[in-house]
Write a protein of this length. Sequence first.
Length: 101
Amino acid sequence: MEGTELVASRIIASVGTARSNYIGAIDVASQGDFEEAERLIAEGKAIFLEGHKAHTDLLAIMAKEEIVMDLLLTHAEDQLMSAEAFGILAEKFVDLYKKLK
């Protein structure tokens, strides 16, 4: 099992990439490229799941041992929640752009 710092880094890297995909999907949808927007959302979801898996690993560590919440873990949690929200919003924005087109 990895240490909490490595797990937190896995979360941050994965969900940061996912969030970038979601933002990219909104950008390309605004220009009418819905196929690319859907591809970016799907890719973002797959990458987000890697971060979610790392988060589950972190919960398993915490179930076995006492862990002090530090700034890195707090940042990882924040990034996870932020990426999840961006994913939801990206889907809504793409749908909206489709309706406007």
